[in-house]
Design a protein around this ligand. Structure first.
Ligand SMILES: Cc1ncc(COP(=O)(O)O)c(C=O)c1O
Length: 332
C-alpha cells in the first residue's frame, strides 16, 4: 500500500519523458503526501491521540492529515492564518465534497483560524510563530499524546517515504537500463526534492547509475528554497539543482500562459497534472528541455498528485478567463 507507483512514457515537445505516477498511489493522499506521511501510514503510534497541523485552508496536506487522523482515531487541530468567505462557502455549496477544506471538515478536522488580534500572538509574524506559541498549551494538556506536524509535512518523518521513493526510482532505472537520469519535480517547501536527492545518493552509494534531482521554486525564490534545503540536509552536495524559466511567480496566483500550457500538456498526453505546482514545473521543464541538464539524459517527471485542488483552481481560472474576455470585448 502507498508504494510502487507506475512509470509511464509520454512525449512532450518532441522528447520522450517518463512520468512517475505518484498521483495514482492513493485517492485520499495526494502523491506528495502519500510519500511525506508514509511514516505515519506504516508505523503504529499507540500513544498519540491528537495531531496539530498548520497551513492553508485549501491545502492538500489539510485533507491528507484529516484522512490520517480519521484512520487512526486521532483529533486533528489544523491552524490557518485566515479562512476566506469563499472557502467557507465551499462547505455549504453543492460542490462542497470536492474541495480539500470541505472534505477535511467532513472527516472531523477542526480548522482553526488564528486570531491575530490576541495578545499572545502579538510578536508573531508567521503561522509557524503562532504554532510555537500554542505548543506549550497542547503539551501541558495532552503531554506526549500530541503530535505536531509542520506545514506541508516539512519534517524528518518525511524521510521514510522518500527513501522508499528513491528505492523505486533506482529499481526502475536499473530494470530499464537508464544510466543517466534526471528526476524533475516542482518544489514548495523543498522537502520532497531534497530528501529524494539525499536518499538517492545514499542508496546508490556505489554510483552504478547517475540519478540527479532537479527542481524549481513555486514558493519564494531560489535563496528561500536553498535555505529550506539547508534546514533539512546540511551537506550542500546533496541539494537538488534549482532551475527557473526566467520568470517570477507568486504562489497560488493565476497565470493564463501557465494555464494554457497545463491544458496543452493534458490534451497531448492525457495526463492531468495539478494546477498549483505543476504548471510552473512544466514551464521550467519546457524551458530547459534542450539544455545540457536534460539533453541526452532520461527525464523522469515526478507527478505529485494534488488533483483534488484542481476543482477550485479551475473555477478561479474560468472566472479569470471570463473577465479577460469581457475586457477584450469592451475594448473592441
Ligand atoms: C501536489 C504537490 N506538488 C508539490 C508539492 C511540493 O512539495 P514540497 O513542499 O515537499 O516541496 C506539494 C506539497 O505540498 C504538493 O501537494
Amino acid at each position: 500500500m502507498f508504494t510502487n507507483s507506475p512509470t509511464q512514457s509520454i512525449t512532450l515537445w518532441d522528447k520522450q519523458i517518463f512520468v512517475k505516477r505518484d498521483d495514482l498511489l492513493d485517492t485520499h493522499f495526494s502523491g506528495n503526501k502519500a510519500r511525506k506521511f508514509y511514516h505515519f501510514l506504516v508505523n503504529d503510534f499507540p500513544h498519540i491521540k491528537y495531531i496539530v497541523g498548520s497551513g492553508s485552508a485549501q491545502a492538500n496536506s489539510l485533507y491528507s492529515l484529516s484522512v490520517l487522523a480519521k484512520m487512526n482515531g486521532w483529533q486533528l487541530d489544523y491552524y490557518v492564518s485566515h479562512i476566506s468567505e469563499q472557502v467557507k462557502s465551499q462547505y455549504t455549496s453543492s460542490t462542497a465534497s470536492q474541495t480539500n477544506y470541505a472534505k477535511s471538515l467532513e472527516n472531523g478536522a477542526n480548522v482553526l483560524a488564528i486570531d491575530w488580534q490576541r495578545q499572545q500572538f502579538s510578536d508573531c509574524e508567521h503561522l509557524d510563530d503562532a504554532i510555537e506559541v500554542l505548543k506549550p498549551q497542547y503539551i501541558e494538556r495532552y503531554g506526549d499524546k500530541v503530535l505536531f506536524v509542520p506545514e506541508g509535512g516539512r519534517c524528518e518523518f518525511a524521510k521514510t517515504g522518500l527513501k522508499q521513493l528513491a528505492a523505486e526510482v533506482l529499481e526502475w532505472s536499473k530494470a530499464t537500463k537508464q544510466n543517466d537520469v534526471v528526476v524533475f519535480l516542482p518544489s514548495g517547501t523543498g522537502t520532497t526534492a531534497v530528501y529524494l536527492n539525499q536518499q538517492l545518493a545514499l542508496l546508490n552509494a556505489s554510483n552504478d547509475i547517475k540519478v540527479q534531482v532537479a527542481t524549481c521554486c513555486t514558493v519564494g525564490d531560489e535563496s528561500y528554497l536553498t535555505a529550506q534545503f539547508s534546514q533539512l540536509v546540511d551537506d550542500v552536495h546533496l541539494h537538488p539543482i534549482i532551475l527557473n524559466d526566467g520568470k517570477k511567480y507568486h504562489f497560488g496566483k493565476l497565470y493564463l500562459p501557465l494555464y494554457q500550457l497545463w491544458q496543452e500538456v493534458q490534451q497531448s498526453t492525457g495526463v492531468e497534472f495539478d494546477l498549483l505546482y505543476d504548471p510552473i514545473g512544466l514551464s521550467v521543464l519546457k524551458h530547459h528541455l534542450n539544455n545540457p541538464i536534460f539533453a541526452d539524459k532520461t527525464v523522469l517527471y515526478l507527478h505529485q498528485g494534488g488533483l483534488i485542488g484542481n476543482h477550485s483552481m479551475l473555477k478561479r481560472y474560468q472566472r479569470k478567463l471570463a473577465k479577460t474576455n469581457v475586457r477584450k470585448v469592451e475594448r473592441g
